[in-house]
Structure formats: structure tokens, C-alpha cells
Design a protein around this ligand. Structure first.
Ligand code: ACO
Length: 435
């Protein structure tokens, strides 16, 4: 990099005398990027990066990850400090608006979210259209998408006030939809949100309360859930966030964009992994079976993966997994669960994998999902709700990233190109001439 902070890369196309100069752009921290936007015009070639492992798709000021060092920062603040000292709604304000709120801003923000928790009553009828055994993520995806049909007064993406109200609506109402998806699946009456409860408290209340008796939200569980929500709130340009940005780049409304993010999160390679970890632990069953399971994972002919392990960006311990592991022990302790066979099995599985050459050489470490399922299960959440809870937390990250994108004057429709390897041009054959 030159003294004045500018640098370029010069590419020369072999066998021709064509070359292109690409500007290098430096971030605040982390690797610089080569700005390739002029490459096609100058050399007539595209870049090829399936899975986007080497592509910075946008400029962002929200979240920073150093995958080699295991660092995660929200707006510059280390996740460990936020997890210890902050609350989910404070973190939501930070992600959305760029700064931690002062006391007055905090009150106003919390008021804004907690006064938007109720759903339009007509939305209730949507739930009845689903089968009782529908996966909560299917319901969440459908009902959040349907919000665009109800909140017409906040759909103008070019109006900052509409964007603000939509963000409040999403952050506030997605927990109600998730809780109702659960209630519907078990045939219990919907529990309406209560504005006197905190964010995590309210979610626990809507999931676990019934009209026939009083339900007191455990402060220990509320704090643990709040922490889990903080850890899942944002994670840079992951698959679901990129999906939200791509959908949003067309000018689609925020409710439709977040529904797209929910669909992307559902996959087992992404947010669905927390559910898959518990299924995996149940299948392994006992520590004695671990070597056999690890053998299957390492077998190239099997499609078995060690769920909750590995990450596209982290080539070190996921910092969220460290906090999650500690929290897991604390929550089980506070709940009076002395020996949890699942936790013992997970700890042993982690120990075996971290000493196995296969995982060591590929830098595969536990990710956030390895322990989150065990905590959520201990807290009384059914496995099918795990990914839906992840979606509740990530809604904050999605809407913050969507807002940043819409407010970026250089934003254009996301439209990747391709390396075409299909048939070259050919002429249509009438049916009688086809073999
Ligand atoms: N178990 C076994 N082997 C693995 C695993 C795993 N969990 N993850 C990666 N590998 C191996 C691959 O087989 C590959 O080996 P090879 O080089 O011999 O072919 C190598 O490690 C690299 O793996 P890729 O699939 O290329 O890594 P990628 O970055 O594409 O995938 C992913 C990352 C999807 C997270 C992957 O590690 C995985 O499937 N993990 C399990 C699912 C999971 O826990 N997902 C949650 C991610 S965190 C989140 O979304 C909240």
C-alpha cells in the first residue's frame, strides 16, 4: 500500500497485451479488497468464486469477523463484552443505529419495540391454514412474508420513517409469530404478548404460559435467552443475510426480504444446524459410539457431518461457541440439572474431534450451534423451535443490514454473472428429427 493509502493490482491477460489496474480498498481492519468492477470492461473477463469464499459482496460498518483469530465485533464492540454487560435490545439499537443508546435513547427504543409486539388480529387466521405438524420455520417464513399484506403504511423503502417503523415491527412481532407457531403446533391457545415484560421474558411467556394458570418467567432463563439472542443477532454477510440483501437490492419490501432470510436460515448447513446437533447426539446415544460416529464422518463415501462443527469463516474456535459452552454449564447448574447426558456426550464428542487429525488439519472447531441446542432444550424449548429462535435473534441483524444497504447511495441491484458451460448455440429440432 502506498503512503497515501492507495494501491493497485495490475493484471495482464496472458498472450495479449491487455492489462487492467484494479484499485485496492482498505477497510478499518481486516483484509483489503480488490475493486474488480472495471475488470469486465477492461479485459472482458469475470471473476469466478462459487460460494463467495473470496468475495466481499458489499461495504458494511456493522459486524467484523476475524476467522483466524476467532474475533467477532458488533459495531467494534467484542461479542464477549456485549454478552457480559449488555442486553439484546441494547445490542439491537447498536446494530441498527450504529451506537449503544444513552439512557433516553434506550428507553425510547425499548418502548418502540415493546409497543409493537401485537399482531394484526387478522394475521391469527393465517395460522389455521397450516397443518398442526408444520415446522415452525415454515410457518414463520409464510407469516412474516404475509406481514407485507398488513402493514402497508410502512412499505415505502425510500422513506426513513417507514424503514424505522418496519424495523420496529419486525423486531417486535417475529417473536410473537414464532411463539404462536409453537402454540399452534401443540394445540394450545395463543398467548398474547405483554408489554410489561422484557423482550426475552415476553418470548418465554408467550411460549410457555397457558390461560388456566399463572406463569412466572424465571429471571435466570430470561437472562440466558437474552444472551443467546445477543450471540445470534448478526454475523456479517452469511448466507441468510446475503439473501436478505439480494432480495432487498431489487427494492422488495422489508417483510418480504426478511421472509427470504428465514428461508435461507432454515437449511442444516446454516441455522438448521442447532436442531441437527441434537438429532445427531440422540443418534450417537452414548460415548462408546463416538469413535464409530467419527469414522462415519471421516468416510468420504458417507454424507455424515459432525453438525455444529466447522465454519466458512472461523478457522479457530467460534467465540460465540466459547460463551455458549460456558453458559450451557451455568444454565444447567442454575436449573439444578447436575448431570445432563447430552451435555456430557457433547463435551466428549468435542474433545475427541479436537484431538483428531481430520478435524485439526481442516481447522474444524465447534460453532455457535454446537452447544446452543443443549441449552435451549434444557430451557424447555422443543427441538423444532431452535432455528425459529435463531431467526428471532437474527431478524435484528437482517434488518440492520437491509437498512444499511438501502441507505447506501452506491447500492445497485445484486446481479451476479456466471461461467457458462452448457451447450453452445444450436438450432431447434422438430420432434420427428430428435433421436
Ligand atoms: N464435519 C465433517 N467434515 C467437515 C465438516 C463437518 N461439520 N465441515 C467441513 N468439513 C470438511 C469437508 O468435508 C471438507 O473436507 P475435504 O477438504 O477433505 O473435502 C473441509 O472440511 C472443508 O469443508 P467445506 O464444506 O468446504 O467448508 P464450507 O466452508 O463450505 O462449509 C459449513 C462450512 C457449511 C459450516 C460446514 O463446516 C458444515 O457443513 N458444518 C456442519 C453444519 C453446521 O454446523 N453449520 C452451522 C454453521 S454456523 C451457522 O450457520 C450459525
Amino acid at each position: 500500500m502506498a503512503d497515501n493509502g492507495t494501491a493497485t493490482i495490475t493484471l495482464t491477460l496472458d498472450g495479449t497485451n491487455q492489462s487492467a489496474s484494479l484499485k485496492l480498498r482498505a477497510g478499518t481492519i481486516g483484509p483489503s479488497v480488490a475493486d474488480i468492477r472495471s475488470l469486465y470492461n477492461e479485459l472482458g473477463i469475470f471473476t469466478f468464486d462459487p460460494g463467495y469464499g473470496g468475495t466481499a459482496a458489499c461495504e458494511s460498518k456493522i459486524t467484523y469477523i476475524d476467522g483466524d483469530a476467532g474475533v467477532l465485533l458488533y459495531r467494534g464492540y467484542p461479542i464477549e463484552q456485549l454478552a457480559e454487560h449488555s442486553t439484546f435490545l441494547e445490542v439491537a439499537h447498536l446494530l441498527l443505529n450504529g451506537e449503544l443508546p444513552n439512557a433516553a435513547e434506550k428507553r425510547l427504543f425499548e418502548h418502540g419495540v415493546l409497543r409493537h409486539t401485537m399482531l394484526h388480529e387478522q394475521i391469527r387466521s393465517f395460522f389455521n391454514g397450516f397443518r398442526r405438524d408444520a415446522h415452525p420455520m415454515a410457518v414463520l417464513c409464510g407469516v412474516v412474508g404475509a406481514m407485507s399484506a398488513f402493514y402497508h403504511d410502512s412499505l415505502d423503502i425510500n422513506d426513513p420513517e417507514h424503514r424505522r417503523i418496519s424495523a420496529f415491527r419486525l423486531i417486535a412481532k417475529v417473536p410473537t409469530i414464532a411463539a404462536w407457531a409453537f402454540k399452534y403446533s401443540i394445540g394450545q391457545p395463543f398467548v398474547y404478548p405483554r408489554n410489561d415484560l422484557g423482550y426475552a421474558e415476553n418470548l418465554l411467556y408467550m411460549m410457555h404460559a397457558v390461560p388456566t394458570e399463572e406463569y412466572r418467567v424465571s429471571p435466570v432463563l430470561a437472562r440466558a435467552l437474552d444472551l443467546i439472542l445477543i450471540l445470534h443477532a448478526d454475523h456479517e454477510q452469511n448466507a441468510s443475510t446475503s439473501t436478505v440483501r439480494l432480495a432487498g437490492s431489487t427494492g422488495a419490501n422489508p417483510f418480504a426480504c426478511i421472509a427470504a432470510g428465514i428461508a435461507s436460515l432454515w437449511g442444516p448447513a446454516h441455522g438448521g444446524a442447532n436442531e441437527a446437533v441434537l438429532k445427531m447426539l440422540a443418534e450417537i446415544g452414548h460415548a462408546e459410539q463416538i469413535p464409530d460416529f467419527i469414522r462415519k464422518v471421516k468416510d468420504r463415501n458417507s454424507s455424515v457431518r459432525l453438525m455444529g462443527f466447522g465454519h466458512r469463516v472461523y478457522k479457530n474456535y467460534d467465540p460465540r461457541a466459547k460463551i455458549m459452552q460456558r453458559t450451557c454449564h451455568e444454565v444447567l447448574g442454575e436449573l439444578g440439572i447436575k448431570d445432563d447426558p447430552l451435555l456430557d456426550l457433547a463435551v466428549e464428542l468435542e474433545r475427541v474431534a479436537l484431538h483428531d487429525e481430520y478435524f485439526v488439519s481442516r481447522k474444524l472447531y465447534p460453532n455457535v450451534d454446537f452447544y446452543s441446542g443443549i441449552i435451549l432444550k434444557a430451557m424447555g424449548f422443543p427441538t423444532s423451535m431452535f432455528t425459529a429462535l435463531f431467526a428471532v435473534a437474527r431478524t435484528v441483524g437482517w434488518i440492520s443490514q437491509w437498512k444499511e444497504m438501502v441507505e447506501d447511495p452506491s447500492q445497485r441491484i445484486g446481479r451476479p454473472r456466471q461461467l457458462y458451460t452448457g451447450a453452445p448455440r444450436r438450432d431447434y429440432l422438430p420432434l420427428s428429427a430428435r433421436g
